[in-house]
Each structure stands twice: as structure tokens, then as C-alpha cells.
Write a protein that binds this ligand. Structure first.
Ligand SMILES: O=P(O)(O)O[C@H]1O[C@H](CO)[C@@H](O)[C@H]1O
Length: 255
């Protein structure tokens, strides 16, 4: 990592202070809306919203389906902040920029991060339209050193060597499944393992087969860096993948 890519604690704090000066909301929960899932933010009550381009220090979204707005408001009695649009490594952002909002959320007093994404299914039981509760992830970029925690550690956020073994909170996963049963939608939901690949191209058939053999249930190009940074700074994490497509695993099925 180049030193020019480093972000000081003061820079995160300045963004958090600016936001707190612009809104009275003090969120307990932050939600990152994945591709095509930004309409969740529109359901917040008593909204204050900010274009990313107006927020000091914030990166800019460049991907279709990611509006580029931070929305504060009330959702079912909880004060929330929603990212309508996230940042991806393949857009050319450094991983620290990609995860910049997560540390800002921590400084705003957020305790729980909900990550959502659009993902391709590798598991036979996961169909387009199903929702996967993320049980764990394989951070492929992270495994080869493309990790937002590379570089000097900021001890004010967390330790040098954070554990990731329980990064998707078990209680929240169980609660989600219970609520899905009560709502009669448990048939659309199951737990699984998400893998992040760098993108922006979709997988070759050989890559899809490799992921499947490794035990990956759904694949996408986001989420893992956000979860790593959130876990490092002590946020509780819950994650959902909306399955948008089946990944082609067979040469017979390819076009
Ligand atoms: O992960 P989100 O942001 O939902 O987006 C997913 O959808 C895009 C591909 O269609 C990729 O960016 C992939 O990561």
C-alpha cells in the first residue's frame, strides 16, 4: 500500500463531525444497500439525505444501480443510516476508500452493520430471487494481500490481528431465520458462504467450478472488505445476499 492511500483518524472524524452537524439522527444501525437494493433507503421515515458528492471526504459511486446517497432516518423504531450505493474495488477505489463509510459509521455511534449484495448462486438449492443469510465469507482479494487492513494499524479502531472466525453474528442470523419463519418466507432463505472476487468480469466456467468445489454458495464483488473493517472496529455484522442469477458451471449451459 502507498502512503498516499492512508486515511488518518482525523479524516474519518471530520466526515463524522460534518454529518453530525447536518442531521439530528444518531444511528444505531447502518445498512449498505447492494446493487438494485437501494429502495430500502426510500422507506426510512423522517429522512435526512446527503449526496456523496456533498459529504466531505466521501468517495463517489460510479456504478449503475448505486444512487450515491447517504440516507438517515427511522426504520421500525430504529435510527438507521443507509448507503444507497456502495464502492467496489473494481471501480478503482483503494480498499480504504471502499470501506471509508464503515469507520465513519463507527464514529457516528453505530453498533450494527447490515450488509446486502446482489450475488450469483453456485449452490443447487439457491435460485434467483432467494435470499442467502451470509454465514461466512471467502475474501479472495484479502487472501492475496488486497485487504483494507494492510498498512499501519490504527489502534483507535482495532487490533493489528483481528479474529474473523465469528464475523457474521450468530444471534442475528438465528433471529433472521426465526422472523423469516414467522413471515412465511423461510422457504426462500438459507444460510451460506459468500465469496468476494475482484471483478468486474463474471466468472469463467473453470472459476465457477473451482468456487463450487471450495464450498462457496454465492459469489459477488463486494462486501468482504466492509465486513473485515467493521469486525476490526467492533461492529456487529449481519449480511444478506439477494441471488440474482445462477453462475454457469457447465460447458453445455454456456452460450
Ligand atoms: O455487491 P453489489 O454491490 O450488490 O453488486 C453486485 O452486482 C454487480 C454485478 O452485477 C457487482 O458489483 C456485484 O458485486
Amino acid at each position: 500500500m502507498h502512503s498516499k492511500d492512508q486515511i488518518s483518524h482525523d479524516e474519518y472524524q471530520k466526515t463524522a463531525d460534518w454529518l453530525m452537524s447536518q442531521t439530528k439522527h444518531r444511528p444505531q444501525v447502518a445498512i449498505i444497500c447492494g446493487s438494485g437494493l437501494g429502495m430500502l433507503a426510500d422507506t426510512l421515515k423522517c429522512q435526512d439525505s446527503f449526496a456523496y458528492s456533498d459529504i466531505p471526504g466521501f468517495p463517489q459511486s460510479t456504478v449503475q444501480g448505486h444512487a450515491g446517497r447517504l440516507v438517515f432516518g427511522e426504520l421500525k423504531g430504529k435510527t438507521c443510516v443507509c448507503m444507497q450505493g456502495r464502492f467496489h474495488m473494481y471501480e478503482g477505489h483503494s480498499l480504504l476508500k471502499t470501506t471509508f463509510p464503515v469507520r465513519v459509521f463507527k464514529l457516528l455511534g453505530v453498533e450494527t452493520l447490515i450488509v446486502t449484495n446482489a450475488a450469483g448462486s453456485l449452490a443447487d438449492g439457491l435460485q434467483p430471487g432467494d435470499i442467502m443469510i451470509i454465514k461466512d465469507h471467502v475474501n479472495f482479494p484479502g487472501l492475496v494481500g488486497l485487504n483494507p487492513l494492510c498498512g499501519p494499524n490504527d489502534d483507535k479502531f482495532g487490533p493489528r490481528f483481528p479474529a474473523m472466525s465469528g464475523c457474521y453474528d450468530k444471534n442475528l442470523r438465528c433471529q433472521a431465520m426465526e422472523i423469516a419463519k414467522q413471515l412465511g418466507v423461510a422457504g426462500l432463505m438459507q444460510e451460506g458462504v459468500y465469496a468476494m472476487v475482484g471483478g468486474p468480469n463474471f466468472e469463467t466456467i473453470a472459476e465457477a467450478r473451482l468456487l463450487h468445489r471450495l464450498g462457496v454458495d454465492a459469489v459477488g464483488m463486494s462486501t468482504a472488505p466492509e465486513v473485515v473493517v467493521a469486525t476490526h472496529c467492533g461492529l456487529r455484522v449481519f449480511g444478506l445476499s439477494l441471488i440474482t442469477n445462477k453462475v454457469v458451471k457447465s460447458y453445455e449451459d454456456s452460450v
